[in-house]
Design a protein around this ligand. Structure first.
Ligand code: ATP
Length: 296
């Protein structure tokens, strides 16, 4: 029996290794084959970061020419502040983040970081200045700690530990038999949406960029996960200029400014209480979400 078991076991091992290698390759190809349609302009200089202030000025943008997405959109994100962007699904919230990261060119207008138009600085320096926590994070088939340090393989153990603590991942990691050496993904542990987003927050902390974009997950998280993410985000946001793309208004009531986007423009702007008092679109969205959570 053992004579049969060993070769079969070995074959199983080979199969799993090949599958893992293929998945890693798929992940890599997915990341590498994105069309590099945006390049450095002639004479592009590296971005000179002073404070990390952001300004959108009369930004017009469409993906398809017959369907405008942003229409003369203007707003400021003062250095060190937390600005939340809200609006109906499809209003263009995630598009703002893509434009700031220069995945697409604007049709007109400009976006400035510390008063430098982003289309005039080098892409590498621009993207180094911005850390993004996406809605859905790609995890690689490797250990949790390698997933966290992805993008900063030179990070010290101290830096990684600080990121784990700030991202509120410590209790989760301690609950695993192999701790931060636990394998995740295809071969290992299944990680929940909330845990994935906290891994992305830890990655963003390690990137040490002054600007943070947090794209809140649309899918509902359990309230424990949501609270852990909120606490992590509050800590991280206090050290960054941050833009939070929010779907649940309850998560951004503490923002310095809330921007309400509709038909490609800012229709309301202010703090949570001021916007409620305005009795406009934000107040209507708030009431609707309160009713939904009461019924849940
Ligand atoms: P949600 O709250 O659902 O995440 P959103 O406000 O973030 O929505 P965006 O993702 O910015 O909305 O999309 C704005 C509009 O642009 C949507 O109507 C969407 O269908 C469209 N859109 C997004 N990406 C593309 C693309 N690559 N090509 C064409 N249209 C796109």
């Amino acid at each position: 029996m053992i004579q049969l078991f060993l070769p079969l076991n070995f074959l199983g091992f080979v199969y799993r290794e090949i599958r893992r290698a293929l998945t890693d390759l798929e992940n890599m190809l997915g990341l590498l084959t994105r069309k590099p349609s945006i390049n450095d302009g002639p004479g592009a200089e590296p971005l000179t970061l002073t404070q990390g202030a952001i300004r959108f000025e009369n930004v017009k943008f469409h993906y398809d020419s017959d369907r405008p997405i942003l229409n003369e959109l203007s707003f400021n994100v003062p250095a060190g502040s937390k600005v939340a962007v809200v609006g109906a699904s499809g209003a263009g919230k995630s598009t703002l983040a893509r434009l700031l990261y220069r995945f697409y060119e604007l049709n007109s207008g400009a976006i400035y970081i510390d008063e430098q138009p982003i289309h005039k600085v080098t892409l590498a320096s621009l993207r180094q200045a911005i850390a993004i926590v996406p809605q859905d994070t790609v995890l690689f088939n490797t250990t949790i700690v390698e997933n966290i340090a992805y993008g900063r393989p030179d990070a010290s153990a101290d830096e990684i530990n600080k990121a784990i603590d700030m991202a509120h991942l410590r209790a989760f990691i301690n609950s695993l038999d192999k701790g931060d050496q636990t394998l995740v993904g295809e071969r290992g542990l299944k990680v929940s949406g909330g845990e994935k987003q906290r891994i992305a927050i830890a990655r963003a902390i390690l990137k040490k960029s002054p600007i943070l974009i947090f794209d809140e997950a649309t899918s509902a998280l359990d309230s424990h996960s949501e609270q852990a993410i909120l606490s992590a985000m509050r800590e991280v946001a206090s050290e960054h200029t941050s833009i939070v793309i929010a779907h649940r208004l309850s998560t951004i009531t503490d923002a310095d400014t809330i921007i309400v986007l509709k038909a490609g423009q800012v229709i309301e702007q202010g703090k949570h209480d001021d916007l409620l008092a305005l009795q406009g679109e934000y107040a209507r969205m708030w009431e609707l979400q309160q009713k939904q959570s009461d019924n849940a």
